[in-house]
Each structure stands twice: as C-alpha cells, then as structure tokens.
Design a protein around this ligand. Structure first.
Ligand SMILES: Cc1cc2nc3c(=O)[nH]c(=O)nc-3n(C[C@H](O)[C@H](O)[C@H](O)COP(=O)(O)O)c2cc1C
Length: 167
C-alpha cells in the first residue's frame, strides 16, 4: 500500500542519471504485468537521446516534461490474435507496473497518454521510426524528483456499491 500512496506524477526532475540496472528493473516490472490470454502484446523503446526526447516533448501539450528528463520509456502496442480488444488494458497494466517499480526505486515518473489519439501516435511513430501495425501506447517520463509531493488520499466511499448500483 505504501508504494501505491507514494506514487505520484512527477514532472520536475534533477539532472541525476538513472542507471541501466534500474531501467532493466522497470522493464522487468512492465513485462511481469498481467495480459489477456497472457499474450504480452508489448515491446518497449528506451529513449535516452536528447534530440529524440526534445522531439517527443512536442507530441502533445502534456508531454512538455520530456524536455527535462534524461530518459523515457515508450511502451508499444503490438497486434495480437487472441485478445486484441484487451490490448489497451494489457498495456495499461504494463505502464502502471513501470510507475510502481520507479516509485520503489525512488525514481519519479509521469504517464503521458498517447494511444489512441491519432495526432500524438503519429508524431511519436515518426520520431521513433515505428512502422507497420505497431503503435506507441504511452510515454513515461523518468527522473529523480526535484521536490517532494504530498499524498492526497482519494478514497471515496460514495463511489462504492455492493451487489447492485442504485435502488
Ligand atoms: C492515461 C493517462 C494519461 C495521462 N496523460 C498525461 C499527460 O499527457 N501529461 C501529464 O502531465 N500527465 C498525464 N497523466 C497523469 C495524470 O495527470 C495524473 O495521474 C493525475 O493527475 C493524478 O495525479 P497523480 O498521478 O500524481 O496521482 C496521465 C495519466 C493517465 C493514467
């Protein structure tokens, strides 16, 4: 539970580099995610090239923080025969696992949404040379947090129903 409460979207980072070992730990966490029929319809691009990160920061207004990171992970959604309809959920689980492992390592992260918004997806595909029926799902900005962020509890009893909703 602590990990869940500690995870917050971090958008301001120090210059401290993330080690390759820690990147691997986050990728291992990603690939440990559940997926429908265990199809694992994912690949990941680790972006640590300054020019590419700057270009990715222009994918949407919400991607600006990529200008201030040394590394980002871009999960890719691959075609899958068995459960294509669930691939978005598979990739969401993988993305969340990266955020949680980052938190576990003391690394700040921010999920930047891409798929299925055509403009963002096309921009990222062009920058990262992604072709065919493979698409960028999200972008995860990674770095050491510049300052701490307080935890705001969101538990809301009124959102919970037992058995049936309403009368
Ligand atoms: C699907 C998805 C897309 C998101 N896209 C962006 C984004 O483009 N830019 C951004 O700064 N934050 C983005 N976020 C982060 C949310 O703004 C953030 O999770 C939310 O405000 C709650 O704050 P917290 O993560 O600190 O708990 C996204 C989160 C999700 C789950």
């Amino acid at each position: 539970m602590n990990l869940l409460l500690e995870r917050k979207s971090i958008r301001r980072f120090t210059n401290k580099e993330i080690t390759k070992e820690d990147i691997t730990k986050m990728l291992k966490a990603a690939m440990q995610a559940p997926s429908a029929h265990n199809q694992q319809p994912w690949e990941f691009i680790v972006v640590d090239d300054r020019e590419l990160l700057d270009k990715l920061s222009l994918a949407s207004t919400g991607a600006w923080m990529l200008k201030n990171v040394n590394v980002a992970i871009v999960p890719l959604l691959l075609p899958t025969d068995k459960s294509p309809h669930f691939a978005i959920q598979d990739l969401s689980a993988a993305t969340q696992n990266i955020l949680l492992e980052a938190t576990n390592l003391g690394i700040g992260s921010c999920w930047i949404g891409a798929y299925p918004l055509d403009e963002r997806v096309k921009h990222i595909e062009k920058v990262l040379n992604i072709t065919g029926n493979i698409h960028p799902f999200s972008m995860i900005a990674l770095g050491y947090p510049k300052d701490s962020k307080e935890t705001i509890l969101r538990y809301d009893k009124s959102r919970i129903h037992y058995n049936k909703r309403g009368e």
